[in-house]
Design a protein around this ligand. Structure first.
Ligand code: GAR
Length: 208
């Protein structure tokens, strides 16, 4: 059984989707930078080990990431999942877990890196929007893409309705991507992702 560490900052519904997927792997811990993250309650209710590394307790990004990296390493995970973890990571931390850390992002990367993706999608008038799971590399939201799910932006969509509709897709693609990486169906080498032929057709989806 392989071990998954999940990092959250808030609600934690993506973490919940991984837990509820009942993958044949152990969730060895949920770590949050925010002591008030609602997702911590859910994790505790499932008897999952939780830990807070509060970024406010550290003078700079480097010392926070050092402590965060040590908390992750103590769990000895095979995979680290950023599931709504709202901190920009240092090169040191991303390098420490290179090839073993994935992130879910609420846009079709490389469009709309960073924050406020749904507002920007509506503002940009795009007709397709969605979410992406990718390996984490030093540049924000730029790592090699593993899976994406897209939907049509409706004329009456607001940032809120779009966020809700994209979140449903996030909950579908994140657990399956976690399983692919852990089961060796998906590998990253020299910043390039290789998917098993058996999962290629499942690595993208589209909903009208
Ligand atoms: C999700 O939409 C996730 O894609 C996004 O935060 C939300 C967390 O929701 N992540 C980012 O924006 C990372 N840059 P959740 O806490 O309910 O999983």
């Amino acid at each position: 059984m392989k071990k998954i560490a999940i990092l959250i900052s808030g609600r934690g519904t993506n973490m919940q989707a991984i837990v509820d997927a009942r993958l044949p792997h152990e969730i060895c811990g949920v770590i949050s930078n925010n002591p008030n993250a609602a997702g911590l309650h859910f994790a505790k209710s499932r008897n999952i080990n939780t830990c807070v590394v509060n970024h406010r307790d550290y003078p700079d990004r480097e010392s926070f990431d050092e402590a965060l990296g040590n908390a992750i390493a103590a769990l000895q995970p095979d995979l680290v999942v950023l599931a709504g973890f709202m901190r920009i990571l240092t090169v040191g931390l991303t390098t420490r877990f290179a090839g073993k850390m994935i992130n879910i992002h609420p846009s079709l990367l490389p469009a709309f890196r960073g924050l406020d993706t749904h507002e920007r999608a509506i503002g940009g008038g795009v007709k397709l929007h969605g979410c992406t799971v990718h390996f984490v590399t030093p540049n924000l939201d730029e790592g090699p893409i593993i899976a994406q799910a897209a939907l049509c932006v409706r004329p009456n969509d607001t940032p809120q309705t779009l966020a809700e509709r994209v979140l449903v897709l996030e909950h579908e693609i994140l657990p399956k991507t976690v399983a692919w990486v852990l089961d060796g169906h998906c590998t990253m080498e020299a910043n390039h992702v290789t998917l098993d032929p058996s999962i290629i057709d499942d690595s993208f989806s589209f909903q009208r």
